[in-house]
Design a protein. Structure first.
Length: 332
């Protein structure tokens, strides 16, 4: 076996491992969310340590300290201005206490031996840059920077903290409601007609800084339902041809893929494909908050999303083929 073939096989193995770990995280989410949703009485909640709300400009502890020194808290932080166009959207909040120590240990294990940026597939740009801060018990801060389009391990790093924050937010949100009624598919490919605000909508308000720097996620809680509207045609000749609804775990898998499997900020010049099937995907969480994606496969698989509260139609980038296939195959 030549070195080039060996490298390809090695990458496939890494991708397979990452996919298995990601699937395990989704299963853990499905199992854990119902347990978390009832929440705890106020006197049962441990006191939350004070955490400086401002992310540090420069980490003062080496990344090798993560998992070696005790961790007091873990969180995502925004990117510097120069990386904002390719930032991956992530849940807000911070993990503290014993859970932070556990998450930090998992991050350290995944981080150990992580390769330099060597994408395992061709991409027109970074899939998603992210930054994780780990507050150590001695007051220092370590930083893990990654790119979900760079390596399978980076995808797992992101998923480890994202899943924990989503589960934590779900536990604070209260009991879930019934599955939402199927949406009425809009007559055109749009993100502005199928959104709703539930109790979690306040977690999607844009922060008081420039919107283009925002890391507000598509949903603040796990997606418990996904409505898919399928369209054929192009432009004004487009018409709905099918629709379906799925629940957990498929809905949450679609939400996760829409976060990490888009070439963020990328543009492309391709031949129109009027025969392709395009999609409007409405993701709904347990509180009834719904936000919409539109994937236009007739135009290079461009992705628009209703982002924030109030929802604003926002260009995300280009859908990876894997995201398009996931939506196509989600039909029960």
């Amino acid at each position: 076996m030549g070195p080039e073939r060996s490298d390809r096989v090695g990458r496939r193995r890494v991708v397979a491992v990452a996919a298995a770990i990601a699937a395990a995280l989704v299963v853990a989410l499905v199992v854990a969310v119902p347990r978390l949703l009832p929440g705890l009485a106020p006197d049962e909640r441990a006191a939350t340590p004070a955490v400086d709300p401002t992310c540090v400009a420069r980490a003062d502890a080496p990344v090798g300290e993560v998992g070696v020194q005790p961790a007091a808290w873990v969180r995502f932080c925004p990117l510097a201005d120069e990386g904002a166009a390719q930032r991956v959207r992530h849940p807000q909040g911070v993990v503290t206490g014993d859970l932070a120590a556990s998450v930090a240990a998992s991050l350290a294990e995944t981080q150990d031996g992580r390769p330099e940026c060597t994408p395992f597939q061709e991409t027109p740009g970074p899939t998603g840059l992210f930054r994780i801060e780990v507050g150590l018990a001695d007051g220092r801060v370590a930083e893990i920077a990654g790119d979900t389009g760079c390596s399978a391990r980076d995808q797992v790093l992101f998923a480890q903290l994202e899943t924990t924050l989503l589960m934590q937010a779900a536990g604070e949100a209260g009991p879930p409601g019934a599955m939402p009624a199927p949406v009425t598919c809009p007559s055109e490919l749009t993100t502005v007609r199928t959104n709703a605000d539930g109790a979690s909508a306040g977690l999607l308000v844009e922060p008081p800084r420039e919107r283009w720097q925002s890391t507000v996620p598509l949903l603040a809680l796990p997606a418990v339902a996904a409505d898919v509207c399928a369209y054929r045609g192009d432009g004004r000749r487009r018409e709905p041809v099918d629709q379906w609804q799925v629940g957990l775990p498929v809905a949450e898998t679609v939400r996760s893929a829409a976060t990490t499997r888009v070439w963020l900020g990328a543009v492309a010049d391709c031949e129109p494909d009027p025969g392709a099937t395009s999609y409007v995907v409405v993701l709904t969480d347990a509180t009834g908050t719904a936000r919409t994606l539109a994937i236009d496969t007739t135009r290079c698989s461009t992705v628009q999303a209703a982002v924030g509260t109030p929802p604003v139609d926002t260009y995300l980038g280009l859908a990876e083929p894997g995201l398009v296939r996931l939506v196509q195959r989600s039909r029960p």
